[in-house]
Design a protein around this ligand. Structure first.
Ligand code: DGY
Length: 334
């Protein structure tokens, strides 16, 4: 079975794939340019892709009709045209669950760091500006006891809520689906329409998938609904927030600060207005970047890939309808 792996992932995943397939791994730190990616997947039975690879009809055509599985090394799969894969009977796998807690940790780190101005403090010290203890130095809002609004109350949103209970926070959430009463009770979480959540929250943390409905969800109007003391945290996908509107809001003091793990575009250009703002903390899409979690993601991605190649049901398919529709247990690209 011929396989292309579009970047080096942790060794446990690569070893599992190499043991059972004839695999080629893209060796560079940067993703394969589009033309090289399309050449590399030609004739492959399976592909292990990253969120930096666009998997669409062009990609699937380039791969050819023998392609049996697309295994995406991420829980998010907005880089994959899932409908196109389903039409061709190709199962798509992702890596849900294993990165939930690690991503929630990072959301929390961004929240604390942006509120308590840690990057500014660090820059201040390194610049030799620390001359004395200052009563008015680098003041920010308290996290404990504050109100957190969680937009997207799935696995990661709930993991953020669990941490918030330890900080004695009031927990609000918004989602297209209201959570079960038992879940609301467990977290003491209150469902609110987005407008009210934004208006009442001291911290807003985004945990939605990127879809046509959530693209640009946090725009100038929504930022205008937030408190001038509020902190926005985004560990979901960059395009969920309108970057120009966010820069304007941070500059004007419409909101207090932002902590971003994801940007639009990625990577963020060094001359992006957001990077000129002291109250905007940006890290390079590292929410799942603990060694243990990345290794678990590698294990899952390899397991999805190998199951697809064998014609078995993927452990975590994002398009299970591919099996029902075709009335078969295996994918196949007709
Ligand atoms: C994902 O998995 O979707 C994250 O963005 C990267 O781990």
């Amino acid at each position: 079975m011929k396989v292309f792996v579009s970047r080096r992932i942790p060794e446990n995943g690569l070893e599992a794939v190499a043991a059972e397939t004839d695999s080629v791994v893209w060796p560079d730190d940067l993703p394969p340019p589009r033309d090289e990616l399309l050449r590399a997947v030609a004739g492959c039975d399976g592909v292990l892709t990253l969120l930096t690879d666009r998997v669409d009809d062009e990609f699937l055509d380039a791969a050819g009709p023998q392609l049996k599985v697309v295994s995406n090394y991420a829980v998010g799969f907005d880089n994959v045209d899932v409908a196109a894969c389903t039409r061709r009977g190709i199962p798509v796998g992702n890596t849900p669950g294993v990165l939930t807690e690690t991503t929630a940790d990072l959301a929390w780190a961004l929240m604390m760091a942006a509120a308590r101005r840690l990057p500014e403090g660090d820059r201040y010290v390194r610049a030799g500006k620390w001359k004395t203890w200052g009563p008015l130095l680098l003041l920010g809002p308290d996290v404990h006891g504050a109100t957190i609004g969680i937009v997207g109350f799935g696995r990661i949103g709930q993991a953020v809520a669990r941490r918030a209970t330890g900080f004695g926070m009031t927990i609000l959430y918004h989602d297209v689906h209201r959570a079960d009463a038992a879940v609301e009770t467990a977290f003491g979480a209150t469902f609110l329409p987005l407008e009210e959540l934004l208006a009442e929250s001291d911290f807003v943390s985004l945990h939605v998938n990127l879809t046509p409905e959530t693209r640009g969800l946090i725009n100038a109007e929504k930022l205008g609904w937030m408190k001038s003391t509020a902190v926005l945290v985004n560990t979901s996908r960059g395009p969920v927030v309108d970057p120009r509107a966010l820069a304007d809001a941070l500059r004007a003091g419409t909101i207090f600060a932002a902590g971003l793990d994801v940007t639009d575009p990625e990577p963020i250009p060094t001359d992006d207005p957001l990077l000129s703002l002291d109250n905007c903390l940006v890290v390079p899409h590292i929410a799942s970047a603990s060694s243990a979690t990345r290794a678990k993601m590698a294990e899952m991605a390899a397991a999805n890939l190998l199951a697809g190649l064998r014609g078995d049901r993927l452990p975590t398919p994002v398009n299970p309808e591919v099996y029902e529709a075709a009335g078969r247990s295996a994918g196949g690209n007709p």
